[in-house]
Ligand binder design. Structure first.
Ligand SMILES: Nc1ncnc2c1ncn2[C@@H]1O[C@H](COP(=O)(O)OP(=O)(O)O)[C@@H](O)[C@H]1O
Ligand SMILES: [Mg+2]
Length: 361
């Protein structure tokens, strides 16, 4: 059963324009992009590829945890790199803490965990963190204290950190060192590109805990992820990016909307009556299950009258994953339909032309 597609979508949109579900009041804006666009030029002739990011206008508020979701190749890393000033936009602008992205002062106040962090793998974790601290001018005792503090935060044991070269680290350990280096300068904004990727459930849980502890310290977190269940647990707001376009933006609660139907499971009763109340009825191991759009109390009263036993009656709330799949799916379907209509229109124009040529003057 597809819970999402059977419900009216609220703050969502289709047909290209983004659905904006703004919270009524919010803290000051800390990251702002205006019509940000990126077209990579590749190959010997520097041919322009299709835009990787199209007219992206976003506002991120101070202290929020913002999740950027999207299928592979949607443009998530591109947006992050533009915000960090690692790549330059083709058009549009981005500011962080009121300053242009990429500015040296802002760089000192942000942290970044890259998607595929390149580590000097012959160094130990401690040496690598020590090198990173040096880049921010943190030295001596302050550096030692900071590294020890971060190792505790990311739960990396000192023995491994000081003795083991990073090429002998597991993916989880590398991700932890990556997280520690992103936080070395006590940044105000932390950018994380796929922080859960390649981690086992315990590793993911620990990264979630770190993110939540940073959030509790009032930091702003901006992260890309495709692990939607994690995003659902920790984010205040999300945006879905598809083919370089923000197709949906808002608070998770608002985007998922209020549930308006129930899933009911039970046995016994009259099939004729059940059929009048429930939709999409299925049968399994002596139980029936269906979707109820009517008043649940009235349904329970009817069930009692027809001697049906209700085993489960629960609110059908779509998960972020279902919502995400429905959004991307609807967009793809709309694009396919538009392409089919264009092809049909072209075909009929060609037909008219050839008939015109053939018909006697
Ligand atoms: N350095 C680059 N040169 C050319 N094309 C790139 C480059 N980086 C990314 N792209 C293209 O831009 C699009 C978006 O990529 P990316 O931002 O990495 O997506 P995501 O992080 O959502 O998976 C993809 O089509 C990708 O091939
Ligand atoms: Mg990416």
């Amino acid at each position: 059963m597809n819970v999402v597609s059977s419900r009216p979508s609220r703050s969502t949109h289709l047909n290209g324009s983004a659905a904006i579900a703004h919270p009524p009041a919010h803290p000051p804006t800390i990251i702002e992009t205006t019509d940000l666009r990126k077209v990579y030029r590749t190959g010997f002739w520097l041919k322009a590829a299709p835009p990787s990011l199209k007219q992206c206008s976003l506002e991120i508020y101070k202290g929020e945890t913002f999740g950027l979701l999207g299928p592979n190749g949607a443009g998530k890393t591109t947006l992050l790199k533009l915000l960090l000033g690692i790549i330059r936009p083709t058009a549009g602008s981005a500011t962080l803490m009121g300053e242009p992205a990429g500015n040296n002062e802002t760089k000192a106040r942000i942290g970044y965990l890259p998607e595929n962090p390149y580590f000097y793998d012959y160094l130990t974790g401690w040496e690598f963190l020590s090198y990173t601290a040096g880049r921010f001018g943190i030295r001596g005792e302050a550096k030692k204290r900071r590294i020890a503090q971060l190792l505790d935060l990311v739960q990396l044991d000192r023995q491994s950190a000081t003795k083991k070269q990073m090429r002998r680290y597991s993916k989880g350990m590398l991700q932890r060192v990556g997280m520690a280096q992103a936080l070395i300068n006590d940044p105000e904004i932390v950018f994380l590109d796929e922080p859960m990727s390649g981690l086992d459930p315990t590793g993911r849980y620990q990264v979630r805990e770190i993110i939540l502890s940073l959030k509790a310290q009032g930091k702003t977190l901006f992260f890309n992820s495709h692990v939607l269940s994690d995003v659902e647990m920790i984010c205040d707001r999300i945006a879905i990016l598809d083919q370089g376009e923000i197709i949906c933006l808002g608070e998770i609660k608002q985007l998922l909307g209020q549930p308006d139907h129930y899933i009911v499971r039970g046995h016994g009763g009259s099939l004729d009556i059940l059929d009048r109340w429930l939709q999409d009825i299925t049968f399994n191991a002596g139980y029936w299950q269906g979707i109820l759009y009517e008043n649940p109390f009235e349904f329970m009263a009817t069930a009692r009258l027809m001697n049906a036993h209700i085993a489960k009656l629960e609110v059908a709330k779509p998960t972020l994953e279902e919502f995400f799949i429905a959004q991307i799916g609807q967009r793809r379907a709309a694009a396919e339909q538009a392409a089919a209509e264009r092809a049909q229109a072209k075909k009929s124009t060609q037909k008219k032309r050839s008939l015109g040529k053939l018909s006697p003057q």
